[in-house]
Design a protein around this ligand. Structure first.
Ligand SMILES: NC(=O)c1ccc[n+]([C@@H]2O[C@H](COP(=O)([O-])OP(=O)(O)OC[C@H]3O[C@@H](n4cnc5c(N)ncnc54)[C@H](O)[C@@H]3O)[C@@H](O)[C@H]2O)c1
Length: 367
C-alpha cells in the first residue's frame, strides 16, 4: 500500500460525523478539518474526535491550500453547489446522496470535475453493503449466470425529519434503489417511464409540487438488453423501513428479506434457500475493518435507516477506502463522476416522467 497521505475535510456533522473515525484510521488519510455552520456544535464534535482545524464557512474551508479532498454531508440542496465550488477550488469531492436535485446541476458537476481533473464520487451506501458485496461475488463467480432483471425498492416514512425532507418527490432520493441495479451491471440508465401513485397531504405536496405517495419506475439500461424497476415512497405509505435490491439471473436469483432481521433468499433455479450474508471487512485495510460492524451512530440513533446491518450494511469504511484509494492510485472511483450523476439523474428524470403521466423521459448523456 502507498505511503501517500491526503488531507480530508468533512462538511456537515450529522451523518457526516460517522466518517470521522474512519478517516482518522485509514492509512492514506489525515482527518484534517471539519466544517459546519454552528460554532458550538462544531467545537463539540472537534473536541470529541480531536480534530483541531475547524471551519464554520464552507467557502473558507475550500480555499485552504493544505486541503486535498472534501466529503460533503450537508442537507440535500447544498450537495451540488458545494461540490461544484470545491471542484473549482481544485479539491477532490466525495458527496453523500443524492448528488444533485436538477439535471442542470448534474451536468455542471460533471463539467467541473472534468475541468479540474479531480475525482468526484457519490458516496452511495447501497453499493457497498455486505448484501451488495455478496451479490457481486455471486455475479463474479458465475453463480447468478446471465443477469435478466433487477429491482430496487426504498420505502421510508419521513414525516418527522428535518424540514427540507417534507414533501420531497420520492424519486429525488432514489439513488439507494437505482444505484445497486446499475452498479451490478456496471451500467447507466438510458430512459425511464415512471408513474406516480396515491396522494399525500396538500400541505406536504405543496412544498415541492409533488403530490404522489409512491413513485414506481421502469428504466432501460443503456447498451444492454436489460431493464430494472424502482419503487420509492417517503410519506403516508405504511411499511417498515426497507432499502432492498433483488436480482434475477438465469441460474440463480437473490431476493432481499421482507422484514428486517430475517435472512435473504437465494433461489437456485426454482429451489429457494435462506442465506447468511458474510461480512467483507477482509477487503479493507486492517485499521478500518472494525467499522463494518460498528459506527458512531450505534449509541444515539435507533432508526433502521441508520443502523440497518450495522451502519448501512457495513458500507461506510468501504466507501471511504474506495474514495481514498482512487485518489492515491490516480484512477476513477467507483462510481466515477459519470456513473454518479447518471444514477442521480435517473431519479430526477423519473419524477419528471411521473409528472407527465408516465411519458418516457430520456436521460442526458454526460460522457
Ligand atoms: N445512507 C446514506 O447515504 C445517508 C444516510 C443519512 C444521511 N444521508 C445524507 O446526508 C445528508 C445529511 O444528513 P443528516 O441527517 O446529517 O442531515 P442534517 O440536516 O441533520 O445535518 C446536516 C449537517 O450539515 C450542516 N450544514 C448545513 N448547512 C451547511 C453549510 N452551508 N455549510 C456547512 N455545513 C452545513 C449542518 O450544520 C449539519 O451538521 C443528507 O443530505 C442525506 O441525504 C445519506
Amino acid at each position: 500500500m502507498s505511503q501517500k497521505k491526503i488531507n480530508v475535510a468533512i462538511v456537515g456533522l450529522g451523518f457526516g460525523k460517522e466518517f470521522i473515525p474512519i478517516y482518522q484510521r485509514h492509512p492514506n488519510t489525515t482527518m484534517y478539518a471539519i466544517c459546519q455552520r454552528t460554532r458550538e456544535r462544531l467545537n463539540e464534535v472537534g473536541e470529541q474526535y480531536g480534530v483541531a482545524k475547524r471551519y464554520t464557512r464552507f467557502e473558507e474551508l475550500i480555499q485552504d491550500p493544505e486541503l486535498d479532498a472534501v466529503h460533503i454531508n450537508s442537507p440535500i440542496h447544498l450537495h451540488a453547489p458545494q461540490s461544484i465550488a470545491a471542484l473549482k477550488a481544485g479539491k477532490h469531492v466525495a458527496s453523500t446522496v443524492p448528488a444533485a436535485t436538477t439535471v442542470e446541476e448534474c451536468r455542471e458537476i460533471v463539467e467541473a470535475a472534468r475541468a479540474a481533473g479531480k475525482n468526484y464520487m457519490m458516496m452511495e451506501t447501497a453499493i457497498y453493503t455486505r448484501e451488495f458485496l455478496y451479490i457481486r461475488e455471486l455475479r463474479d463467480t458465475g453463480r447468478l449466470g446471465r443477469i435478466q432483471f433487477l429491482r430496487g425498492c426504498h420505502q421510508q416514512e419521513m414525516a418527522s425529519w428535518p424540514g427540507y425532507w417534507e414533501g420531497l418527490p420520492p424519486m429525488h432520493y432514489a439513488t439507494h434503489a437505482v444505484s445497486p441495479c446499475l452498479a451490478l451491471v456496471k451500467g447507466e440508465a438510458e430512459y425511464v417511464s415512471c408513474f406516480g401513485s396515491g396522494r399525500i397531504a396538500e400541505k406536504l405536496a405543496a412544498k415541492y409540487g409533488s403530490p404522489f405517495a409512491v413513485e414506481s419506475a421502469l428504466f432501460k439500461v443503456r447498451g444492454q438488453p436489460l431493464a430494472f424497476e424502482v419503487t420509492r415512497s417517503l410519506f403516508e405509505t405504511a411499511r417498515q423501513y426497507i432499502e432492498s435490491f433483488d436480482v434475477y439471473g438465469d441460474k440463480a436469483a437473490f431476493e432481499w428479506t421482507q422484514i428486517e432481521d430475517q435472512d435473504p433468499v437465494v433461489h437456485v433455479g426454482e429451489q429457494p434457500e435462506r442465506v447468511k450474508v458474510p461480512d467483507y471487512a477482509h477487503l479493507l485495510p486492517e485499521p478500518i475493518q472494525r467499522f463494518t460492524t460498528k459506527g458512531v451512530y450505534d449509541a444515539g440513533h435507533a432508526h433502521l435507516s441508520f443502523i440497518q446491518g450495522g451502519g448501512h450494511g457495513g458500507s461506510h469504511p468501504h466507501l471511504v477506502h474506495e474514495f481514498v484509494s482512487s485518489i492515491v492510485e490516480g484512477r476513477p472511483s467507483f462510481p466515477d463522476v459519470y456513473q454518479s450523476l447518471n444514477w442521480t439523474c435517473a431519479g430526477i428524470c423519473a419524477h419528471e416522467s411521473a409528472l407527465r403521466g408516465g411519458q418516457i423521459v430520456a436521460l442526458p448523456v454526460f460522457r
